[in-house]
Design a protein around this ligand. Structure first.
Ligand code: T1G
Length: 679
């Protein structure tokens, strides 16, 4: 097997080159090749400087995640890097693409780093539930200071080459197309000078002089770090870089790394890493299926969903024609889109010019004829089958042949909608989640007749507009809402039996969800869909609406809210619920948080099992992807199906039976055979 590493001599400079597609992951062969290349450079007196670079699309993008959890095979990355850094010959990292994780640590062990303008550098290990494990948390603070190192290590977000140069992580920005030549020239210019070693740097003293930076960072990022183990460990490691000698700091880093690697959170987050990529693949659609070019998109409906959907394409540079029935609705909708962009620009997440460019790609219209040349049309009209069928019938007659017609429906039958056209092969569901321009999940609903090229095009397009797509079959609620309905059923049942509604919310909050169902109702507005007749009360929600408890917008809903929107349980609501329960003849009892958690989550797992059994999802990990990206299931538990595997399917079955809840044959069978969902 050819080694992925080769060396080339350029006069007195040795260039060590990795060619390990797709991302030059630092697998065992690469590490061995790197160590041999370093040895070659050190042992040859004719070599006076070294450049390390990669072929393909990127500098090393990190350790090979597929090796994690397996028996480690030498040489270890830290060993190779220590040898590299110990060299008295200048070693230069030539960076392009994304130097991430172990890749960034290779660069840190080099004496210098040059990068092309488009390069990004980062330490994303916390996104895998880890921290850097090859001395990155010790070298980086010594090179750039603890304050600059903290966000890189503890959030895992990469930075641009320009920003890296500003903090001292990159020494020189070189030509986009002359990386190797410029790196060799830079290396030559350093021959004969003492080599700077990051491990000997003193920039980390900023954290010693001003220890408040660590707590300030925790304070500022508390919400994002809630429930995660790795970010705190990352902060601890960066702090140790200031307090301990280098060798002891490295030991501390290894201890923290080993603890995280052995923990459930990292296993869950590594599962998610591959799950997200697997979701993009459709098992029975050939990877080389020709794609339909999507140059122009039509959106029907300029309401909250339609406007949000349109923004996804505009932001990706794809022109959109948006259609409404009335000018006033069209103006309102396009106004909201512009406002959303302007708010994003105010937060510094896009420039004013980019707002102009995006809005410049938008064509509002009242005339279906303007959609004729669209390659894809997505309807986001009222959730009513007759309305949808009428829209699709009209589109079928207006839009050019070969265009994709998609529905944003959240539960209606796509096959029935497709039957309203002469082109069922070109019809599918593209279910966005509100707010559509923010939420990453896209459920791609595959109709019985949906063509392979339509599916393949939709999956590729999802990635282009920054969505995470998962394919669902045609069933009520598809994957996410179908499972959500089981949780909602139990939430409503539990409060009828005496459970405190705030306990229901708190159980989900403590599990790691952003909020519970009653908080969500208050946020969205309890009066959505209310018939406005206070004398007609048949549900708890109608009872709350009847007394003006519409939610946060009226300062009270299920909870009472202060000016800062902090919530307090309400005795009035507790009484309303108790009266309702009494009227319906429900015996009341105290219900523990354990029972609440089991009754909220286990029925979801059972529904996920049925979804798999009915082949409404391709694989269990797709269900994890749906729930993490669409509903805020905490990623550090890997999603509902991975979490069920972690606690054991037999535990789920026993819990369902204990509470008298249904157990699907599929789930029962897997549990009885000691199997897991994710294999
Ligand atoms: N190891 C193994 N495979 C990887 C990989 C990795 N690090 N990164 C990507 N792949 C695979 C991926 O599964 C996919 O495979 C293909 O490459 C293309 O990836 C020691 C311990 C680099 C920004 O966390 O962020 O270093 O599906 O679809 O959208 O302290 O991949 O084609 O079969 O994502 O262009 C730290 C993870 C590891 C970087 C490219 N590094 N990767 O994005 O392509 S831990 C990371 C990414 C570590 C050290 C610690 C992205 C990317 P397939 P892709 P992309």
């Amino acid at each position: 097997m050819t080694t992925p590493i080769r060396t080339e001599r350029h006069d007195n400079v040795l260039v060590i080159i990795s060619d390990n597609p797709p991302v030059n992951a630092l697998g065992q062969a690469v590490r061995a090749g790197l160590a041999a290349g370093i040895e070659e450079a050190l042992s040859d007196d004719g070599i006076e400087a070294v450049v390390i670079r990669c072929d393909g699309r990127t500098f090393f993008a990190g350790a090979d995640i597929t090796e994690f959890g397996k028996a480690p095979k030498g040489p270890s990355l830290p060993e190779a890097l220590d040898k590299l850094e110990a060299s008295d010959k200048p070693v230069v990292a030539a960076i392009h693409g994304t130097a991430l994780g172990g890749g960034c640590e290779v660069a840190l062990a080099c004496h210098y780093r040059v990068a092309v303008p488009s390069a990004k550098i980062g330490l994303p290990e916390v996104k895998l539930g880890l921290i850097p494990g090859a001395a990155g948390t010790q070298r980086l603070p010594r090179l750039v200071g603890a304050e600059a190192a903290l966000p890189l290590v503890a959030t895992g977000d990469p930075i641009s080459a320009k920003k890296a140069q500003a903090i001292g992580l990159v020494d020189k920005i070189v030509g986009e197309d002359s990386l190797e030549a410029d790196a060799i020239a830079f290396a030559k210019s350093k021959i004969g000078q003492p080599v700077p070693r990051a491990s000997e740097g003193t920039a980390n003293q900023d954290g010693v002089k001003n220890p408040a930076i660590f707590d300030d960072f925790r304070q500022k990022n508390g919400r994002k770090m809630r429930g995660f183990d790795a970010p705190n460990a990352a902060i601890e490691a960066v702090k140790a870089a200031g307090e301990l000698p280098y060798a002891e700091g490295v030991k501390k880093e290894r201890e923290l790394f080993a603890r995280l690697m052995g923990g459930t959170q990292s296993k869950a987050m590594r599962h998610y890493f591959f799950a997200e990529r697997a979701a993009n693949k459709i098992d029975d659609v050939p990877a080389d299926t020709p794609l339909i070019p999507i140059k122009k998109v039509g959106v029907i409906g300029a309401g909250t969903m339609g406007g949000g959907i349109a923004m996804n394409f505009l932001s990706a540079g794809i022109p959109v024609t948006i259609l409404e029935m009335k000018q006033e609705a069209l103006d309102r909708g396009t106004g909201v889109m512009r406002k959303n962009y302007e708010n994003t620009a105010k937060r510094g997440r896009m420039t004013v010019e980019q707002v102009g460019t995006a809005m410049g790609l938008l064509t509002p219209t009242l005339d279906y004829a303007d959609l004729a040349d669209c390659d894809l049309v997505i309807e986001a009209v009222y959730e009513n089958m007759d309305v949808k069928k009428e829209v699709f019938g009209t589109l079928d007659g207006v839009v050019k042949q070969g265009a994709i017609l998609a529905s944003n429906t959240s539960y209606l039958n796509i096959d029935e909608i497709a039957a309203a056209t002469q082109r069922p092969g070109y019809v599918l569901g593209l279910h966005f989640f509100s707010p559509a321009n923010v939420m990453k999940l896209l459920e791609v609903v595959r109709g019985a007749k949906t063509r392979d090229d339509v599916l393949a095009t939709s999956m590729k397009l999802a990635k282009k507009i920054g969505k995470v797509a998962a394919v669902s079959g045609v069933c009520p609620g598809f994957i996410g809402n179908r499972m959500l309905s089981k949780r909602q059923e139990q939430a409503n049942q539990l409060i009828m039996e005496g459970a405190n509604y705030w306990d229901v919310d708190d159980v989900l909050l403590e599990f790691g969800f952003p909020m519970g169902p009653f908080q969500m109702g208050d946020l969205a507005g309890i009066d959505i869909g209310w018939h406005r007749d206070p004398s007609k009360v048949t549900t708890v929600r109608e009872a709350l609406c009847a007394v003006g408890r519409f939610g946060q917008k009226t300062g009270k809903g299920f909870y009472d809210y202060d000016e800062a929107r902090n919530r307090t349980p309400s005795d009035e609501v507790k009484t309303i619920i108790a009266d309702f329960a009494a009227k319906e003849g429900h015996a009341q009892r105290d219900i523990s948080k354990d029972e609440i958690r089991e009754r909220l989550l286990y029925p979801m797992i059972n529904e996920g099992a049925k979804i798999l059994d009915e082949k409404m999802a391709q694989r269990a990990s797709d269900i994890d992807v749906v729930w993490i990206n669409g509903y805020g299931w905490p990623i550090y538990t890997g999603g509902p199906m991975f979490w069920a595997d972690t606690i054991g399917l037999d535990t789920v079955v026993a819990g369902l039976e204990k509470h008298g809840l249904p157990v699907s044959d599929y789930l029962r069978g897997k549990a009885a055979r000691g199997e897991t969902f994710n294999g």
